[in-house]
Design a protein around this ligand. Structure first.
Ligand SMILES: Nc1ncnc2c1ncn2[C@@H]1O[C@H](COP(=O)(O)OP(=O)(O)OP(=O)(O)O)[C@@H](O)[C@H]1O
Ligand SMILES: [Mg+2]
Length: 344
């Protein structure tokens, strides 16, 4: 009989704290294997506040299982759902790059216009990742109904090779049980489609609205609406009188590109693009119908030029550490998942 089961265990060595997010912390870590094997990963831990809520944990595990097999260039891949001292953590692909939020902020801080073609390119790549996730089915061909529900510049990462990656797939659904409170929603509401804010059912078209807001921000430096709490009220009342056409903010935008953003931002899902594939095609047609447009290489070069410090820092933290076999044993003995942080 052939091989049926392999039993092993995983050890992670924390390299550095990358950031504290809204739900926990993200670390760069080394996944250690046999014979000195080591792979760089990112680990996301969950705050006690969330971990203590049974409903949250149940949904969190359910969604982690649902997105486990999403493998696509434009999605941050989840490798494992770990459990350490009774607390769950997510192990995922480490992205050597920056968030889209930092990308937008740099342009605003430097008063530098963000090239419209790069904005459209980033939007098109997010569409391709969404399209893949939205149409996933189970082994019997039934749609899994995966919706991201938290597409925003914080959850879109750009690596230094110019690859756009959506992260936190499946997390928003669990998070929403903790966020009945309006205050907690502040900051994420700007990207939220009216149906989601009104707690009505969402589908793939809801992510396209959020992507419309993101693309609007990339192309104009501004979100299409203002005031989070009042916006929630508008949603709850079912008011659908926003936003105004993007060309009012940026008149020089090509007609076809403006029409794509305006369509994604329609309050009624029936008036938006009906699938990520349709929106992705529209953006790609805009980008490439004249023969040549931006690629991963264009974005990668742009990022390395404008974020040299970040590129250098991540390269440094990825450099392999030279060590003798003895040192390796010591490292393994010391490996714990927890608060043991090594200075950079
Ligand atoms: N896979 C990853 N590789 C590298 N860095 C990452 C990765 N995932 C997240 N990060 C970094 O960690 C930061 C925090 O991410 P996290 O998702 O916890 O918080 P957030 O997106 O700001 O808020 P939220 O809790 O709403 O998701 C990100 O802004 C990014 O800089
Ligand atoms: Mg996030």
């Amino acid at each position: 009989m052939g091989l049926e089961k392999i039993v092993g265990s995983r050890e992670y060595r924390i390299v550095r704290l990358i950031a504290d997010g809204g739900m926990g912390s993200v670390y760069q870590a080394q996944q250690l294997g046999n014979a000195g094997f080591s792979k760089t990963v990112a680990i996301k831990t969950i705050l006690d506040l969330f971990a203590a809520d049974e409903e949250f944990v149940r949904l969190f595990i359910g969604e982690a299982k649902l997105v486990a097999d999403l493998v696509h260039e434009n999605i941050v891949q989840v490798y494992d759902l770990g459990l350490s001292e009774g607390r769950y953590f997510i192990v995922m692909e480490y992205v050597e790059g920056i968030t889209l939020e930092a990308f937008v902020r740099m342009h605003l801080d430097e008063e530098m216009p963000l090239p419209a073609e790069l904005g459209a390119f980033i939007g098109s790549r997010v569409c391709r990742g969404l399209e893949y996730a939205h149409r996933r089915t189970d082994c019997d061909g039934r749609p899994l109904g995966i919706v991201h529900r938290d597409i925003s510049p914080k959850n879109i990462l750009l690596n230094f090779e110019g690859v756009v990656k959506i992260t936190d797939f499946g997390i928003a659904k669990a998070r929403e049980v903790m966020e009945q409170d309006e205050e907690l929603l502040a900051g994420r509401l700007e990207y939220m489609p009216p149906e989601q804010a009104a707690r009505k059912p969402t589908d793939g078209r809801s992510d396209l609205y959020a992507l419309g807001v993101v693309t609007h921000e990339l192309l104009t430096g501004k979100q299409p609406s203002q005031g989070t709490v009042s916006l929630l009220r508008l949603h709850q009342l079912g008011t659908t009188s926003f936003p105004s056409p993007i060309q009012e903010v940026r008149p020089d935008l090509p007609e076809d590109l403006a029409a794509i953003v305006d369509r994604a931002l329609q309050p009624d899902p029936a008036d938006r693009f009906q699938s990520a594939s349709e929106m992705g095609y529209a953006l790609e047609y805009h980008l490439y119908h004249e023969g040549y447009g931006p690629t991963n290489v264009t974005l990668g070069e742009y990022l390395r030029k404008h974020f040299p410090y970040a590129a250098e820092r991540t390269q440094k933290s990825l450099r392999p550490r030279r060590h003798t076999p003895d040192f390796l044993v010591l490292q393994r003995a010391e490996t714990i998942f927890g608060n043991r942080l090594e200075e950079e």
